[in-house]
Design a protein around this ligand. Structure first.
Ligand SMILES: Nc1ncnc2c1ncn2[C@@H]1O[C@H](COP(=O)(O)OP(=O)(O)OP(=O)(O)O)[C@@H](O)[C@H]1O
Ligand SMILES: [Mg+2]
Length: 252
């Protein structure tokens, strides 16, 4: 049993008057992949964004409860949000590289954290692209605009960009839903490798994907976590009828 990297306790979230998350409790184990599944609008994206305080940027959003990273509450007023975003990186549904060269995309984070040395940056760029399994495809044209490569390559550039700041946790919100099957398979394989070094949380609408790559699964419905636990158990012998109905495709 791996150590717990993040602990969520009685988390409630409102957008204005609308309560989007209700009493969420969850543990996210270190060096494992945790998948969030559930029908559209049930709060998966809202919840994953609470893990690095991306909702701070949403006007009218109010949060109560507790999210701990290595035992420290990230919502404490003493907590340094910049440091949090460095430790908890994020990859989105649509690949969103900056309109800059591949090199500058990866070097962006390290530069903002004060690294200026060319040799050091070269090394970070190479290592990050290798970890994201895209080095061989782009190493001969790092000066190419990142928007000029394929969607699947762009998404791996975004993963490399997230890895370049050496996060501990990687949040991925439907990272393959905009990709073709071959790119999707590459990202799934990559996720399986990355969990050796990182803790990964992934939203997916693809049941096969959740069962292939995740160790733990949480099933969301209407702003609640109905059930969470070992992926194999959730997919073969869930406790709740609603989970059973969802994974067998009876709704959602
Ligand atoms: N910025 C916002 N302001 C107001 N309501 C919002 C906002 N973002 C999301 N919501 C609402 O919160 C609920 C949860 O949305 P969320 O995006 O978290 O769902 P989801 O599970 O990620 O759905 P999907 O699978 O379609 O991506 C929905 O009812 C949505 O309309
Ligand atoms: Mg979503």
């Amino acid at each position: 049993m791996n150590q717990t990297k993040m602990t969520i306790r009685d988390l409630n979230l409102w957008y204005g008057d609308f309560q989007a998350l209700h009493g969420m409790d969850l543990e996210i184990p270190e060096n494992e992949v945790t998948a969030f599944i559930g029908p559209s609008g049930c709060g998966k994206s809202t919840f994953i964004k609470t893990l690095n305080r991306m909702n701070d940027l949403v006007q009218g959003c109010r949060i109560e409860g507790n999210v701990q990273l290595d035992g420290e509450n990230i919502y404490s007023h003493r907590y340094d949000v910049n440091n949090l975003r460095k430790r908890v990186g994020m990859v989105f549904q649509q690949p969103n590289p900056f309109p800059k060269s591949i090199y500058d995309n990866i070097a962006y984070g390290p530069r903002t954290h004060g690294i200026r040395d060319k040799q050091q940056l070269d090394q970070i760029v190479e290592e990050s692209l290798k970890k994201a399994a895209i080095w061989d495809e782009v190493k001969d044209h790092l000066d190419r605009n990142a928007l000029s490569i394929s969607g699947g390559q762009q998404q791996r550039i975004c993963i490399a960009r997230a890895l370049a700041i050496q996060p501990e946790v990687l949040l991925m919100d439907e990272p393959t839903s905009a990709l073709d099957p071959i790119s999707t398979a590459k990202i799934e394989e990559l996720v399986t490798q990355l969990k050796e070094d990182y803790t990964i949380v992934m939203v997916t609408h693809n049941m096969q994907q959740a069962s292939r790559v995740s160790d733990k699964t949480a099933f969301f419905l209407n702003g609640y976590i109905v059930e969470h636990g070992d992926t194999r158990k959730i997919f073969t012998n869930p406790e709740h009828e609603q989970t059973e109905n969802y994974i067998s495709g009876r709704f959602g």
